[in-house]
Design a protein around this ligand. Sequence first.
Ligand SMILES: [Zn+2]
Ligand SMILES: [Zn+2]
Length: 227
Amino acid sequence: MPLKTSTYFDLLEALRQPGCAACRLSDRYVRENIDSFFYENITNVARREDIRRSRGFCSLHASMLPAPARMQGIAILHQDVLNDVLREMESVGRTATFWRRRDRAASVRPKRACTLCEFERDREQFVLSTLVALFRDPELTATFDASDGVCMPHFYGALKLSHVAAADMKAFAIAQTTKMARLRDQLIQFIGQSNGSYGNRAMGDEADSPLRAVRMVSGRIVHADGR
Ligand SMILES: [Zn+2]
Ligand SMILES: [Zn+2]
């Protein structure tokens, strides 16, 4: 069995909270990364160059940036990006051929992916590998069984993992599909209840099943404060 890294213990903690643990942890790691970047690395030349080339961050990650203590850093980074695009436009705009070209956006659009998307994908991989590779650890199995399971995007991500023993993958997939089947059954109950075929009986666990289904199917709905 692989080593129980700090990610294993983070996973146990995240599985005890509502929603997908992989979404919750990815969100937390990205927020920590943003914090340390603004605190320690804002002057890192290579990192600044990457952010310039990616033309800032994707909209999801950009929405995580604002905080009172970060305004100076946000100003520095975004001044860099705007300045770079303006310089490019000034340079290409001088040639008459540029205005006749069809790929006018090529010189100014992002030259690389959002650095936080890359970071998040990398962390997600590690979280999912830890979950599956250690799945048959009794504490992890029990905690997963009592959890909401992972969202479907993270389920697909886990199924794609290589270097995981087939028996571990199978144990994880059975536990996860059991969660999905239970939620599907709750949705059926909810629909029946809404149609009145269950009479006026008060709803049970199925009452919030549509909201849990949206989170499970689409993933990554984490509130701004990480809830
Ligand atoms: Zn997820
Ligand atoms: Zn991003």
